[in-house]
Design a protein. Structure first.
Length: 496
């Protein structure tokens, strides 16, 4: 674990001096850029950084499609939907700005964008309880809390409080939850209408698969997993593009009702480029949620967002830095406090732009694989996201059936964390299982985390190991206990 000094911003810290034995770049301005980003010092060059920036963009550009679909498919407490084109603009803008900031300020080949899983929390947990501006206000609060935790050095305490197995279980549970959303959005699985005596979901609309849109989804899943198995870079984005073309062709040739595709019909747009629509920027209410739901619920929702965002970021930053070979002699990430502070600011920016919480992307390892070692690659990735601001008509052609296979793939990738959990120890295995199972089965990430935390502290107490549980975990579990028992508590207090 990095010490407290590494978790604070050191503005006086200068980048390492270039290595004279490394590749040199001619030209005064070029040398200044090389020195600032330590390109030669890290054994890289401009060509590798540029290729790495492109690779990272193409492996994570799917978020320009998925984030609008996930957020746009949900409605808030008052039945309002967010605009697809405006969501594309907000998603691209936040990714462009914060990735460039990370490149300049953090000097790591690390790209940021709206986080998958986090946007699911916003769409399917926050929005049904409040208005969209209120939900985005909670994202801003979560980001501000992350910044405070980084600056004050409390990050280490939180990291220590949560057992590794529960962190891994949270990732797995979110993976299953995201995959379930993908199956539902594509129409592969549907709720059985008006039938309370059988299973709640079924295959397709009638117990079997039917219709061209579902075929597009099935072919998309097969294509995505095949490309992933082959190790093709940009597999998810390639699948989305290919299946969107297939969907457009099918929609032109076959007789398909527009409603069969859902919210997005794959039709060729009149224009390929358009001016970005900034209508959602700044549409948030910092404290509006407190007038819609109880304080306990808000605390737990923000806690869930913070937990998912915080630990995903730590894993990603360490993983990318390790693969890039930029860890210092003590195995620490350079400028870690600065990097984490920028990541927290990205969450704030995501909420302020109504794009959901932005976070660091593990797909940045694709750029590292192409040779990227510095923040210059992030400048390239950020520039490509800025270019995408003007391609909204193309992005909004993608139907859910072409994009949902990416959710299945992301679910699989997150599921891989399950191998690190020790299933032989009940005190670890049972809480991990409950965390994983409750998330998709109750359609709630919060519920899964709460079930896992409570089970963990109870089992530890029963086994006489209560002292092994960090006090922060006891406190969080107490909050979750109140959360689950809120209805009888309100009845006892006469609130209802």
């Amino acid at each position: 674990m990095p010490d407290r000094a590494d978790s604070t911003v050191n503005k006086s810290e200068a980048p390492p001096a270039p290595d004279p034995s490394g590749p040199q770049v001619t030209g005064g301005k070029a040398n200044a850029v090389d020195r600032y980003f330590s390109i030669s010092a890290r054994g890289s060059n401009f060509g590798r950084e540029i290729r790495g920036g492109f690779a990272t963009f193409f492996t994570m550009a799917y978020i320009l499609v998925l984030n609008p679909i996930i957020l746009g498919s949900a409605e808030d407490k008052f039945g309002n939907h967010l605009s697809g084109p405006q969501l594309v603009t907000a998603t691209a803008l936040v990714a462009a700005v914060m990735t460039v900031v990370m490149g300049v300020g953090g000097n790591l080949p690390l790209a940021l964008a709206a986080g998958l899983g986090l946007n699911a929390v916003v769409a399917f947990q926050l929005a049904p309880l409040m208005s969209w501006p209120d939900a985005m206000g909670l994202i801003v609060l979560e980001g501000l809390l992350i910044c405070v935790l980084v600056v004050t050095g409390l990050r280490e305490a939180i990291m220590t409080a949560i057992p590794a197995a529960l962190k891994q279980a949270i990732s797995v549970g979110i993976g299953l939850f995201v995959a379930f959303i993908g199956f539902i959005d594509a129409g592969f699985a549907t709720r059985i209408p008006g039938d309370t005596g059988s299973v709640p979901v079924q295959l397709g609309l009638t117990g079997q698969l039917s219709g061209w849109p579902v075929l597009v989804f099935c072919l998309g899943v097969l294509l995505t997993v095949a490309l992933l198995a082959r190790g093709v870079k940009g597999a998810i984005l390639i699948s989305i593009i290919v299946m969107t073309v297939v969907a457009v062709l099918i929609n032109e040739i076959a007789d398909i009702a527009p409603t069969a595709w859902g919210l997005t019909v794959p039709a060729v747009p009149d224009d390929l480029v358009a001016a970005p629509d900034f209508g959602l920027i700044g549409s948030f209410s910092l404290f509006g949620a407190f007038g819609e739901v109880g304080a306990v619920t808000i605390v737990l929702l923000v806690f869930t967002l913070l937990l998912s965002d915080f630990f995903d970021t730590m894993g990603t930053v360490v993983g990318v830095s390790t693969e890039a070979g930029v860890l210092d002699e003590n195995g620490k990430v350079p400028h870690l406090g600065r990097v984490l502070l920028i990541d927290g600011a990205a969450a704030v920016a995501g909420g302020a732009a109504s794009a959901s919480s932005a976070t660091s992307y593990v797909e940045s390892t694709a750029g590292v694989g192409e040779g990227a070692r510095t923040g210059f690659a992030s400048l390239v990735t950020g520039g490509l996201f800025a270019l995408a601001l003007f391609l909204t008509p193309l992005v909004t052609v993608v139907p859910a059936q072409a994009a949902a296979p990416a959710l299945i793939a992301v679910g699989f990738l997150l599921m891989a964390q399950v191998r690190h959990i020790d299933w032989e120890k009940y005190e670890i295995a049972v809480p991990a299982f409950l965390t994983i199972a409750v998330m998709p089965f109750t359609y709630s990430i919060t519920n899964g985390i709460g079930a896992g935390f409570i089970a963990y502290v109870v089992i530890k107490a029963v086994l006489g190991k209560a002292r092994e549980v960090h006090w922060l975990l006891w406190g969080a579990s107490a909050l979750f206990a109140v959360y689950f028992a809120i209805d009888p508590i309100e009845q006892l207090l006469g609130v209802k």
